[in-house]
Design a protein around this ligand. Structure first.
Ligand SMILES: Nc1ncnc2c1ncn2[C@@H]1O[C@H](COP(=O)(O)OP(=O)(O)O)[C@@H](O)[C@H]1O
Ligand SMILES: [Mg+2]
Length: 325
């Protein structure tokens, strides 16, 4: 079966008085039906901008410079605002780190949940209310039918996150995009929310994109992963390959620092240095100033993302040298 989503060479930049921020520099990936993709990378690597670009949710100083984003063959980047409004919620829903980005503090949550159902003409008022209550129940909200009339501030942080997930699923989207959905939560609530996402994904047969800086979450939750650095994909592979044999020095560093594991007997160490400014990207491979394997070629030429194995691609000039040691 063809893929649900195919993104090809997406580039997005921001025009600021101090220069152009190259937030997303030509990324390509695909997502199958029922599949979960993790987008991993340090803060500022372009993860959020890459998905906000698909939904026309960027600020007005943003420009999608090039690319295609085919949802079942239809290019999302070519849709008008009106057409995009029909896609949002119904075909693709998005949840964020902070539920208050999605919830309106002045409306009862029931009203907020039935609105998209009515707007997309998915149900009448009575039908919409019963869909909403059922979703709240499934999302683990106790006494859902009475909580339906409550305001967002009447829920705790974890419960609000559950409400947001229920709300995202009202119109049964094909794709759910979760941007750092558990970053603001403490550890026990975090795993509950991830379990809930897992259950809802199976129940509603969705594909999911989860954005996280946490390799632990990504490897537990996703079928395949892409690692972003300075707006580019540096490695892309099924999760199993990532855990067993990560290839890019940056992915290895991230894995080592988040999972606290010892790769092939190498010493545990965090990645030295900081992510680069996206206004003045380093020449060649953007990771070269932080890379212990850096050579002249790395300083001068941008490495292409090359397939090294079935479904496993890496952008690194030094791959052969690193792996043969
Ligand atoms: N509205 C904006 N104006 C200018 N730059 C922005 C804007 N939004 C994001 N950026 C820049 O785009 C880059 C990528 O951001 P983002 O996708 O949010 O990173 P991530 O989600 O990986 O942490 C960052 O350098 C950020 O400063
Ligand atoms: Mg982000």
């Amino acid at each position: 079966m063809a893929d649900l989503l195919t993104v090809i060479n997406l580039r997005t930049s921001f025009h600021r008085p101090d220069g152009i921020v190259n937030a997303v520099n030509g990324i390509s990936y695909s997502l199958g039906y029922g599949e979960t993709l993790g987008i991993v990378g340090e803060s500022g690597s372009g993860k959020s901008v890459s998905v906000l670009s698909l939904l026309k949710l960027l600020r007005s100083n943003a420009r999608v410079e090039s690319g295609e984003a085919l949802l079942e063959g239809r290019d999302l980047l070519k849709l008008s605002k009106e057409e995009m409004r029909k896609v949002r919620g119904k075909e693709i829903a998005m949840i964020f780190q902070n539920p208050m980005t999605c919830l309106n503090p002045t409306y009862r949550i029931g009203r907020q949940m039935i609105e998209p159902l009515l707007w997309h003409k998915e149900a009448d008022r009575t039908g919409a209310s019963s869909i909403a209550v059922k979703l709240l129940q499934q999302a683990g909200i106790p006494e859902a039918s009475s909580r339906f009339g409550d305001y967002p501030f009447q829920f705790s942080g974890g419960m609000r996150q559950r409400v947001m997930i229920a709300m995202a699923l009202t119109c049964n989207p094909k794709l759910l995009i979760a941007d750092e959905p558990t970053t603001a939560l403490d550890v026990t609530v975090r795993s509950q929310i991830l379990n809930l996402l897992q259950e809802m994904k199976a129940e509603y047969k969705m594909s999911v994109i989860i954005i996280t800086h946490d390799f632990g979450i990504a490897t537990n939750f996703c079928d395949k992963l892409i690692v972003m650095y300075a707006g580019r994909i540096v490695e892309s592979a099924p999760t199993v390959s990532f855990v067993l044999k990560p290839q890019h020095p940056y992915s290895k560093g991230l894995l080592r620092s988040t999972l606290d594991i010892d790769l092939n007997g190498e010493k545990l160490k965090p990645i030295p240095g900081n992510p680069p400014s996206l206004i003045n990207l380093p020449s060649g491979c953007a990771f070269h100033p932080r890379c212990e394997h850096c050579t002249e070629k790395c300083r001068n030429e941008i490495p292409e993302l090359k397939q090294i194995d079935d479904q496993h691609s890496v952008a690194c000039h030094m791959l052969q040298e690193i792996t043969s040691v």
